[in-house]
Structure formats: C-alpha cells, structure tokens
Design a protein around this ligand. Structure first.
Ligand SMILES: NC(=O)c1ccc[n+]([C@@H]2O[C@H](COP(=O)([O-])OP(=O)(O)OC[C@H]3O[C@@H](n4cnc5c(N)ncnc54)[C@H](O)[C@@H]3O)[C@@H](O)[C@H]2O)c1
Length: 247
C-alpha cells in the first residue's frame, strides 16, 4: 500500500469548512503539504491553523480565473502542484418555479466553470513541470438521483462528471489522472444550516446502510483516489453514499 502523500503539494478549493475541510485534513494526515483555498479567507486560515502540519489558508474566489491562477502559482512554488481537489461549491435549495437565469448562471459558474478554471491552470503547470499529478473533482449523487430543488446544481454536477471523463482522456498521456467522487447527502457545515438537513430521514430510508454521511467518509475515499494506490484509475466517478445509488 502506498497511501502516503509525503512530499506531495495539494490544493483543496472550498476547504474552509465541510467536506473540503475534511479532505484537507485527510491529505495533511497522509503527509501532503496542503493549501486551503476559499472565498472565505478567514475560514481557510483558521481551518489551516487547526489542521497544522504545514497547511496554509488563502483567500481565493474559484470563479475568478486571475485569482485562481495566482493562487496555484503561489501554491506551486517550484513549478507545479501534485494534487488539485475541486470542491468549492454552492449547495442551493431552490424550487424549480424560482429558478431564474441569474441563479442558473451563478451555480454553473461556481460549481462547473470553476472546475475548468482550476483544472486548466493546474494541468498546464503539471505538464510544464513534468509532474504526474492528479485532479479530483467533487460532484454529487444528486446527478444520478435528479434531486428536487437543485436543478442548476444537478446540471452543473453532471457537467463535472462529463468533464472528468473528457479531461482524463486529454491528459492521460502525460500521466495525469482525473477522477471524481459523488457524495450522497453529507452532514457538512453548509448542509446543517440548510433545508437539506431535513432530508436525512428520507435519504437514510433509501441507503443500503443506516446513518448520516459525514465529511470524513468522503475525505477517506478522496485520499485514496489521489494516492498512488489508485494509480491505475482515471476518468472514474466513485459514488460514496452508503449505497443509496447502486450504479
Ligand atoms: N454536503 C452534501 O450533502 C453534499 C452532497 C453531494 C456533494 N456535495 C459537494 O461536496 C462539496 C462540499 O460541499 P459541503 O456540503 O461541504 O459545502 P459547504 O457549504 O459546507 O462548504 C462549501 C465551501 O465552498 C466555499 N465556496 C463557495 N463558493 C466559493 C467560491 N466561489 N470560491 C471559493 N470557495 C467557495 C464556501 O466558502 C465553503 O467553505 C461541494 O462540491 C458539494 O457540491 C455535498
């Protein structure tokens, strides 16, 4: 087994709280040098301070290409990062009758275009530095379920899954791997304070195993997928939801 991430440089977007924070913790615990990038810079800094182990928190809006490029260059120092986790997202709860173009565009920008922006720069840097890096995208099982009150989100996450497959094909020849994880409903900081929190009972009924998904449940799978143990996996989407969706 080679789950060690010793000496790897990782960037986790949206890592100030929730699943992103748990991913940052898991990667740091495995030995990676982690940069937590979040629009909530204070949250990113305090998460990094709590995680320790050389983690750093920075302010960065994942929808702003110039900010993302600068953040990745700063994180790379000597040429490239090894691991990019595209996790930053808005998890909306908005009935179809209230969905307008402004909402649609905001969700597509934050949850899909942001993945392109960071992946574009990170894979360019990996190639230039000759690094066999990896990109891990956080999608959602809402794509498979067609979850209500999330139409733009479901569309964006479907785009993330499609992009994961396509990018894996484009950069596989450079030894760069691209995978995705689709979490089910997870008790993150964001979900806890949203109407989604009321769905746990219903979702648990659909799961093969009882219980509420925790950020650490997702983070452990991410840590595996970005490690050399998953070195023969690319273009894949791994579903992590206690068996709610059986692909
Ligand atoms: N929690 C769930 O039930 C669940 C289920 C499936 C998928 N997911 C996915 O998991 C990931 C994390 O979700 P979560 O529940 O932990 O969310 P969360 O709301 O707890 O945290 C999201 C983080 O993203 C940051 N963020 C938002 N917009 C940003 C931007 N423009 N630039 C940079 N950072 C930004 C926020 O500041 C926050 O720190 C997301 O991709 C989400 O879609 C979550």
């Amino acid at each position: 087994m080679s789950t060690s991430l010793d000496g790897r440089k990782a960037v986790v977007t949206g890592g100030a709280q929730g699943i992103g924070r748990a991913i940052a913790q898991a990667l740091a615990d495995a030995g990676a040098e982690v940069v937590i990038s979040d629009i909530n810079g204070e949250g990113a800094k305090s998460a990094a301070a709590e995680i320790g182990q050389g983690a750093e928190g920075v302010t960065c809006d994942s929808t702003d290409a110039a900010q993302v490029e600068r953040m990745l260059e700063d994180a790379a120092q000597d040429g490239a990062i090894d691991i990019l986790v595209n996790n930053a997202s808005i998890v909306p709860f908005i009935p179809w009758d209230d969905v307008d173009l402004a909402h649609w565009q905001k969700i597509i920008d934050t949850n899909l275009t942001s993945v392109f922006i960071a992946s574009r720069k990170a894979t360019d840097m990996m190639r230039a530095a000759g690094r066999k890096g990896t990109v891990l995208n956080i999608a959602s099982n809402a794509f498979y379920a067609g979850t209500p009150n999330m139409s733009a989100y479901v569309a964006a996450k479907g785009g993330v899954i499609g992009f994961t497959r396509a990018l894996a094909t484009e950069v596989g020849k450079y030894g760069i791997r691209v995978n995705a994880v689709t979490p089910g409903l997870t008790e993150s900081d964001g979900v806890k304070v949203s109407p989604h929190a009321e769905s746990f009972g219903f979702v648990e009924m659909l799961q093969a195993m009882p219980g509420k998904g925790q950020p650490a449940d997702i983070a452990k799978v991410v840590a595996f997928l970005v490690s050399d143990d998953a070195g023969w996996m690319t273009g894949q989407c791994v579903n992590v939801d206690a068996g709610m969706i059986r692909l």
